[in-house]
Ligand binder design. Structure first.
Ligand code: ADP
Ligand code: MG
Length: 548
């Protein structure tokens, strides 16, 4: 072809290709999901560009994704009239890896190889989605004919057999968009069968909001699910849509669905899911997975202005009529409409979680196990919703069996009348804190003590400070007031004074003070932190930070 140039793939692409091509992958069919999702993205981008920029080429016909199957020629062709690509974009997009998914895939695969878990590797492709390169799972050659909507863009042809290099040349497309021809491998003939392709579309791409036509017949439902009334959406549809927005964690279902249709002060639809499992990188990265649409047009794929950090596990879609289409990424930073949407989302999600905890405690326990730690972060950052967050928190306590949790609300309900404050002990685990001599006096009085054994708990209680107007107090702190002892013992004061003086002299300035305590019943003495001093756990954490 005219002006053909051969270029090598970036090294990482070659690695992805080698993995994709060589793994006898049971789940080959996801290649179609990847190509459809790219076509759908291209149509979203085309809409956005047409609305926000002057002088771009007119879209030819209604936006659609066309799949043509040719059994005799053994080809599958997928075409969209979306944004298309310029020559530079083709080289960049189809020759290097820009997306994090593929890189994560490589990393996870290296990890699986280390642990000699082959099954693991095969699963992973479906999870991450290796994008465009997945085409080479089923094709021995791929031709891409594309033309950008941008003014003056020339058509381009990209061609590769997936082995080391690709060629770019002048193409022949008249209208903007992209047409991809897969020359299928011998053992991939099933992908020329209409029934098979329709089956895959129903499985992965049913809710893509553009029509997908297979040999001219529409094969997907294509409704924007989030705009439908709640009662019309089945659980199965939610599960499918969840897989669609998360890139298809197969077999996984949403643990909780929050579907909102709000009119004031800002109009928006939100369809949000809490996954059953926390993503592996949840604690390391600020990766938020809510897609932002304005009037059905995709604006940002991973919008971090719709959910606070401590709800970063939410996945789904937000669509607002009140956002202007020409909001740029920069303008999103300061956007008042978005922050109003975020406030509503937070309120409603916290409420839905509370409802879940009441209606289905078992399911809630599963949620807390995966995401409790992240929720607790919320108490330190979201002052406005501190109380709602506190209601969601669960802890072990002196009176629970190991592994069983109670809420602060339960704790307060079970407090004896004489008890005025909420008591907790911090430490490195149930076993460690259970031995604490500090607990004796509380046990004697029938007071329960919360076991805060997660390192973040120390920050959590400091931030929360009180619950239901009752102070949270560490049993290890100096000024815990237990009131009158249940049974008063006679203590000759002078002899105690002498003992205190003797201990003070022996310990010198290794301690701040030595005091007579009413808290111990069986042990002779214990260490306490002065009021205002950091707790023992926090001290440990501070030491660790100091060392780094
Ligand atoms: P991702 O979709 O996650 O970015 P892919 O490997 O699937 O990764 O695609 C790489 C890039 O190639 C896309 O980001 C996009 O810029 C471009 N691309 C792929 N398919 C198309 C298409 N049909 N139309 C326009 N651009 C496309
Ligand atoms: Mg893609």
């Amino acid at each position: 072809a005219a002006g053909a140039v051969e270029l090598p793939f970036q090294a990482e692409v070659q690695q992805v290709l080698a993995l994709v091509i060589n793994s006898l992958y049971a789940n080959q069919e996801v290649f179609l999901r990847e190509l459809i999702s790219n076509a759908s993205d291209a149509l979203d981008k085309a809409r956005f560009l047409a609305l926000t920029r002057e002088g771009v080429a007119e879209q030819a016909g209604e936006p659609a994704i066309l799949i043509t199957l040719d059994d005799a020629a053994r080809t599958l062709t997928i075409e969209d009239n979306g944004i298309g690509m310029t020559r530079d974009e083709v080289v960049q997009n189809l020759g290097t890896i820009a997306r994090s998914g593929s890189l994560e895939f490589l990393k996870a695969n290296a990890e699986a190889a280390k642990q000699k878990k082959d099954g693991g590797k095969l699963q992973l492709i479906g999870q991450f989605g290796v994008g465009f390169y997945a085409a080479f799972m089923v094709a021995s050659r791929v031709d891409v004919q594309t033309r950008s909507m941008l003014p003056g863009a020339e058509p381009v042809l990209w061609r590769s057999s997936g082995a080391g290099s690709f060629t770019v040349a002048s193409g022949d497309r008249e209208h903007p968009g992209t047409k991809i021809v897969l020359h299928l491998k011998e053992d991939a003939r099933e992908y020329t069968k209409v029934w098979r392709i329709k089956e895959i579309i129903r499985k992965y791409s049913d809710f893509v909001h553009f029509p997908i036509k297979v040999n001219d017949e529409v094969a997907n439902r294509s409704a924007a699910l989030w705009t439908l009334p709640k009662s019309q959406i089945t659980e199965e549809q939610h599960a499918e849509f969840f897989r669609h927005v998360t890139g298809g964690y197969e077999g996984e279902n949403p643990l909780l669905t929050v579907h909102l249709s709000i009119d004031a002060p800002v109009q928006f639809h939100a369809l949000l899911y809490v996954p059953e499992k926390a993503p592996a990188d949840m604690f390391h990265k600020d990766r938020r997975g809510v897609r932002l649409y304005a009037k059905r047009v995709l604006i940002v794929e991973d919008c971090d202005k719709l959910t606070p950090m401590y709800l970063r596990f939410l996945r789904g879609v937000v669509d607002s009529e009140d956002l202007s289409l020409n909001v740029s990424r920069e303008m999103l930073q300061e956007n008042r409409t978005l922050s109003q949407i975020e406030q509503q989302i937070v309120k409603q999600v916290l409420k839905s979680l509370k409802d879940l905890s009441e209606s289905d405690p078992e399911r809630y326990a599963a949620f807390w196990k995966e995401f409790g730690r992240v929720i607790k972060e919320g108490a330190t950052s979201d002052w406005k919703n501190k109380d709602a967050i506190a209601e969601l928190c669960r802890f072990e306590s002196m009176n629970t069996e190991a592994g069983k949790l109670i809420s602060l609300r339960d704790y307060v309900a079970k407090m004896p009348e004489a008890q005025k404050e909420i008591y907790y002990v911090t430490g490195l685990g149930r076993h460690a804190v259970e031995q604490s001599p500090h607990l004796e006096a509380f046990r004697k009085r029938g007071y329960d003590v919360l076991f805060l054994v997660d390192p973040v708990d120390e920050w959590f209680v400091k931030a929360l400070n009180e619950f239901d107007k009752r102070r949270l107090k560490s049993v290890m702190h100096g000024d815990v007031d237990l009131g009158a002892e249940p049974e008063k013992k006679d203590e000759p004061e002078e002899s105690v004074d002498a003992a205190v003086a003797a201990v003070k002299a022996a310990l010198g300035d290794r301690v701040k003070d030595v005091r007579v305590s009413r808290r111990l019943t069986d042990s002779a003495s214990c260490l306490v932190a002065a009021e205002g001093d950091p707790g023992a756990n926090l001290e440990r954490i501070m030491k660790l930070i100091d060392q780094n």
